[in-house]
Design a protein around this ligand. Structure first.
Ligand code: NAD
Ligand code: ZN
Length: 358
C-alpha cells in the first residue's frame, strides 16, 4: 500500500493506493474516524459493479446507498437539483457531523458528493473512493467540488478537502477504453509538467500501463497523486499561481471543448491537443526544442488521443479565447513546456498565436 500525504495543516489527509483496496475499505476507514453512519453516493453503473463489495466491507456501518443516474453521455446529474436531492437523503438518514459521506465513482460523483458534503449542515466529513482514471489521478485530490449551471460547467462550488482518498487501481479494469484515454491525457500532462521519470516510464512501459497491470497502474497513479498533492499543498486555492501548472493543455483545451458545445471533443482529447499546441507555441518562442513535440505526440497517439486539430478549429478556439474578458491588451497566459518535467506560465500575444496557425 502506498500512502501520500496532502499537507494542509489541520486539513491534511492521506491518499492510499493499493490493488484490491476496495474490499478493505471498512477496516481502513476506521483509522480515519469513529463514524456513526455512512451514506454512499455513487452512480448506477458503478453500483452494479462495485456496490456489493463496498456494501460488504462497510456492513458494520449499515450504510445507505444513493445511486445517481449514470453519468455516461454527459454530466446530466452534476447540478443543484441532484445536490438538493442528496440533502433530503442525508436528512432522511439522520446524517450529522459525526457521519461520513463516501463518494464512490468518477469525477461527476466526486464533485457532486463533495459539494453536498461541503454545504450540508455547513460541512460534514467525506472521503473519496475514485473509480475512473481521471478521478484517481485528478478530481478526487485537492478539494475542488462543484456542480454545473445551464450557463456553464463548474460554476457553483467550493474548496472542501476530503478526510482521505482511497484508490483501488483494480477498479479501472471495468472502464470503457475511452475513459482510460481520458485519464491518460492527464497522466501524460503530469509527466510533462513535473516528472521526467514518469514520462520515461510511460514511454517504456505503456503496454503494461494500458493493460492495467497492477504494478504499472500503481506506479503511474502514485506519481500523479504525488504531484497533485504537492501542488495542492503549496497552492490550495490557486492563489500563488503554482496550481495553474495543472492547467497545461487546458487553456486551449477548454476553448476546443466549448466550441463544440461540450458535445465534440471530450475533455482529455481536447487537453491532448492543447498540450501539443502549447508545445508548438513554446518552440515558436524559442523556449523549447522540436523533440519535445515529438515525444508527447508519440505518447498521445499510443494512448488513443487525437493529436491533429484542424486549422479552422484552432483559429476559432483562439478567437474564443481572445474574446474572453480576462484577456487584457491582447495577451493571454499559457502554461508552456521548456522540457519534459518543466513548464512556465507565459504571456502569449494574439499575433504569435495567429502566426502559429498560419
Ligand atoms: N474536482 C476536480 O478537481 C476535477 C478535476 C478534473 C475533473 N473534474 C470533473 O470530473 C468529471 C469527469 O470525471 P470522470 O472522467 O471520472 O467521468 P464520470 O464521472 O462521468 O465517469 C465516466 C463514466 O465511467 C463510469 N464509471 C466510473 N467508474 C467506473 C468503473 N470502475 N468501471 C466502469 N465504469 C465506470 C461512470 O458511470 C460514467 O459513466 C467532470 O465533471 C469534471 O468537471 C473535477
Ligand atoms: Zn483536465
Amino acid at each position: 500500500m502506498k500512502t501520500i500525504r496532502v499537507r494542509l495543516g489541520t486539513r491534511s489527509y492521506d491518499i492510499l493506493i493499493a490493488s484490491g483496496l476496495l474490499k478493505e475499505l471498512g477496516r481502513l476507514l476506521s483509522n480515519y474516524g469513529n463514524f456513526t453512519k455512512i451514506l454512499i453516493v455513487t452512480d448506477k453503473d458503478v453500483e452494479k459493479l462495485y456496490g456489493p463489495i463496498v456494501a460488504e466491507t462497510l456492513a458494520p456501518y449499515k450504510p445507505k446507498v444513493i445511486a445517481l443516474e449514470s453519468a455516461s453521455g454527459g454530466e446530466g446529474q452534476k447540478n443543484l437539483a441532484t445536490v438538493e436531492s442528496l440533502y433530503h437523503h442525508l436528512l432522511g438518514h439522520g446524517m450529522d457531523r459525526r457521519g461520513l459521506i463516501v463518494a464512490l465513482g468518477g469525477g461527476v460523483v466526486g464533485d457532486v458528493a463533495g459539494y453536498a458534503a461541503a454545504t450540508f449542515m455547513r460541512g460534514v466529513p467525506y472521503v473519496q473512493v475514485p473509480t475512473t482514471l481521471v478521478a484517481q489521478v485528478d478530481s478526487s485530490i485537492g478539494g475542488k467540488t462543484a456542480v454545473n449551471l445551464p450557463e456553464g460547467k463548474n460554476l457553483v462550488g467550493c474548496f472542501y478537502q476530503p478526510r482521505a482518498v482511497f484508490i483501488d487501481p483494480d477498479t479501472l479494469r471495468t472502464l470503457p477504453a475511452g475513459e482510460v484515454t481520458e485519464g491518460m491525457a492527464e497522466v501524460i500532462k503530469y509527466g510533462v509538467i513535473r516528472d521526467p521519470s514518469l514520462f520515461r516510464f510511460l514511454e517504456e512501459h505503456l503496454t503494461g500501463v494500458l493493460r492495467l497491470e497492477p504494478w504499472h497502474t500503481e506506479r503511474v497513479i502514485t506519481s500523479c497523486c504525488k504531484i497533485k498533492a504537492w501542488v495542492v499543498s503549496k497552492d490550495e486555492r490557486e492563489e500563488t499561481g503554482l496550481r495553474s501548472i495543472l492547467n497545461y493543455g487546458h487553456t486551449f483545451g477548454h476553448a476546443l471543448e466549448a466550441l463544440g458545445g461540450y458535445k465534440g471533443y471530450r475533455h482529455g482529447q481536447a487537453v491532448a491537443m492543447g498540450m501539443l499546441l502549447a508545445t508548438r507555441i513554446a518552440i515558436k518562442m524559442g523556449l523549447a526544442g522540436d523533440d519535445l513535440l515529438g515525444r508527447q505526440r508519440d505518447l498521445l497517439l499510443r494512448v488513443g488521443a487525437p493529436v491533429d486539430c484542424k486549422a479552422e478549429e484552432v483559429k476559432q478556439a483562439f478567437e474564443l479565447l481572445y474574446r474572453d474578458k480576462k484577456v487584457v491588451g491582447g495577451r493571454l497566459r499559457f502554461v508552456l513546456p521548456l522540457r519534459i518535467g518543466k513548464v512556465v506560465l507565459k504571456e502569449v500575444s494574439s499575433e504569435l498565436l495567429t502566426q502559429e496557425v498560419l
